[in-house]
Each structure stands twice: as structure tokens, then as C-alpha cells.
Design a protein around this ligand. Sequence first.
Ligand code: ADP
Ligand code: MG
Length: 248
Amino acid sequence: MITNGEVLIRVEDVHKVFGGALHALNGVTTEIRKGEVVVIVGPSGSGKSTFLRSLNLLEVPSSGHIYFEGVDITDKKVDIDKHRQKMGMVFQHFNLFPHKTILENITLAPIKVRRKSKEEAEKQAMELLQLVGLEEKAHSYPSQLSGGQKQRIAIVRSLAMEPDVMLFDEPTSALDPEMVGEVLDLMKQLAKDGMTMVVVTHEMGFAREVGTRVIFMDAGQIREEAEPEEFFTDPKEPRLREFLSKVL
Ligand SMILES: Nc1ncnc2c1ncn2[C@@H]1O[C@H](COP(=O)(O)OP(=O)(O)O)[C@@H](O)[C@H]1O
Ligand SMILES: [Mg+2]
């Protein structure tokens, strides 16, 4: 699928050096357009997380620029919190607050950051919970949920901020195999509803089925990017061929 949506994020020659020597990102340039589901794959240590975390400046690039909705967020004068609110992020581990109920976990940021009333935030949270079939868990605590349920709540919590893009860093890697499907199904649903998504994952089936574009990273660089069909059936780079022969 070709998406001709407007550019949401533009990444321009981004480098990230850790400790003066480790080049985690070595000149990354790409664009994320509205409605795209960009899947990032690559070997461990290739810079996938660093790339994803750079998009909302959880990692500050050593050089280069990142434009979000036309604003250069690497410009130090920019109020990053304002822009970060529009980028939902879901990690491998759910990071839910253990001593708060599911409803409190979901409504916390909308009330504090978006200044929604408690009533309004709870109404929206319940609607989202219904959408993912977890409304009966509203008053439970995270420890009372399965890993798959917790990760779906983490996604719902991000959605409650009404983000313009969702960033996922290996959202199913810490889950028991039987729970992977329910999380991927929810992500698939989001994609279908038109959410712009950037997803780091080892789930090649998801990349192939849901991705609009797949990016292969190696040694801090984008080595290949293509639509899934071409990416998986006609890989150009020897390193990608080698990678695919191991993971497929
Ligand atoms: N905070 C950090 N400090 C030092 N080195 C880091 C840090 N984060 C990542 N790295 C290094 O940067 C490289 C890329 O890491 P990462 O982006 O996590 O790769 P991936 O997600 O593809 O496994 C690795 O060599 C990793 O050890
Ligand atoms: Mg990683």
C-alpha cells in the first residue's frame, strides 16, 4: 500500500554517539507519513531502540534534525513536552503504576497533562477499555492482569492522550507466546483505524501483513527500506538476506 499522506516526522542525518565512541546511529534519514505503519527490523544492537527513542527525543541526537509536524524538535528552544504528548510510546515492559487501578493508570495523564476533568477522562477511559474488551478490569490493579492484558492497557493508556503517532519498541517480546496474538491484534486494529505507527518488532508476520513499509537497520544505519512484499521476497542487501534467512 502506498500512502501519500503528509509527512508527520522527518529524520535528517541523525547521529547518536554514546560515550564518545559508540556510534549507535550513524546518519539516519527517513520520513514517516500520516497513516503509515513503518516496521523496523534488524539485529540486536543495530540501533532500533535508539532510533525510536530519538523520534520523541528520549534520546537526544548528537547531530542531525528531527521534524515533527513541521517543527524541528531538536532545536533546543522547542518545548519538547508539548510535542512528546502527541507521540504515544509503548515499551517491552508495560510500566504501569502498580499501586494505581487500571482506570487511574489510564486517566492520570489526561487529567494532569491534558487538564481533562476526572469525569471526562474516566468516560473516555471506559470507552477505550470497552474497545479492547477490558472494561471489567477498570478497578483491578496491574498485578491482577495477565501480561497480554497489561500490554493492551499500556496501549490504551497511550491512546487516551490522543496521540498523532504511536511508537512501539518490541511490544510483544516480553510476553508468553500465547499472549502475543491479542496484542498484535489490537495493533492491527489501530493500523486499520488509520493510526500512524512506528513499530520495532521481531514479528515478521506482523511486518508483512500490517506494515506499509519495512526498514532494515544494521550498525546504526538504514540499510534497506521497501514495501513488505518486496522487502521479504526480493531483499537487495546481503546483510538483510542473511538476517532474513535467520528469522524467517
Ligand atoms: N544509554 C546508552 N548508553 C550507552 N550505549 C547505549 C545506550 N543505549 C544504547 N546503547 C548502545 O547503542 C547500540 C544500539 O543500541 P539499541 O538502539 O538499543 O539497539 P537495538 O534496539 O537495535 O537492539 C548498542 O551498541 C547499545 O549497546
Ligand atoms: Mg532495542
